[in-house]
Design a protein around this ligand. Structure first.
Ligand code: G3P
Ligand code: MG
Length: 253
């Protein structure tokens, strides 16, 4: 936290990367239904100092925009429902079974769980803007919750730029699935705090370039201990994992 106010900023984020960060991907997606409250609880119980989740924006019965935590833009892979997330109201989504009788949580439910779970050490929440038009409601949500430690990321760099235009403090990270020549320019234009990249594009030269430019790199999705050890030795700042139970021993130092 910034000493003068409650704003979580780039400097506060850097503290999370002072040692190797094991980030619970969609909670602990290899151990509980992804992006559900038990999944996030599991990751936190296992000692994750950071969790990752995906958000989509939907309307509720009063036509107010609400952020829901789900990965796909359709509901059939992860719930007993069918169709596009955007064709559902919040109330309809909430009735679906997202695994083991759990519902699709609202972002506010996850942040409340995180706040309740840890009294002292504040876990970092990586909000991935997955759906369209998530930038504005996310910026609004964070404005109302300055106490949260948050990193906002997205593969959709326009959505991320829209978020940055509304919020110039919260750390952000562009996501990359493949190496691109202009990755560092993108990060610089967005005022990013780090780059989040796919495991298959990680090469020593990439980590070196990012590090020389002052950007830590976070890597998704790493479930094997040996691979995480290799990445850690390369200087990667942290990894997203479905199996925090397997990787937690690498956390810290
Ligand atoms: O944010 C890291 C990772 O979650 C990005 O890919 O498809 O799992 O959301 P995906
Ligand atoms: Mg994600």
């Amino acid at each position: 936290m910034n000493k003068n106010n409650l704003t979580f900023d780039h400097a506060a984020f850097a503290n999370y990367l002072s040692s190797f960060l094991v980030i619970g991907h969609r909670g602990a997606a290899g151990l509980a239904p992804e992006n559900t409250l038990p999944s996030f609880r599991k990751a936190l119980d296992l000692g994750c100092r950071a969790i990752e989740l995906d958000v989509h924006a939907v309307c509720d019965a009063e036509d107010t925009t609400q952020l829901v935590v789900i990965h796909d833009d359709t509901v059939q892979r992860t719930t007993n429902g069918k169709g596009l997330v955007s064709n559902h109201t919040l109330e309809q989504l909430t009735k679906l079974d997202a695994g083991d009788g759990n519902h699709i949580p609202r972002l506010a439910e996850v942040t409340a769980l995180v706040a309740k779970h840890f009294a002292d050490a504040q876990p970092l929440i990586n909000i991935e803007l997955k759906g369209r038009r998530t930038a504005a409601p996310t910026a609004k949500f964070l404005q109302a919750h300055p106490e949260l430690a948050v990193l906002v990321s997205s593969f959709d760099h326009r959505e991320l730029a829209a978020f940055r235009a509304l919020d110039n403090t919260t750390p952000i990270a562009p996501l990359f699935e493949r190496a691109q020549a202009n990755m560092l320019d993108t990060a610089s234009e967005l005022g990013a705090s780090c780059l989040n990249v796919s495991q298959r594009m990680v090469k020593p030269v990439l980590i070196e370039k990012c590090s020389d430019a002052g950007y830590p790199v976070l890597v998704y999705t790493v479930n094997q201990k040996l691979e995480a050890q290799r990445l850690k030795a390369l200087g990667v700042g942290g990894v997203f994992t479905d199996r925090p139970d397997v990787l937690m021993a690498l956390s810290g130092d």
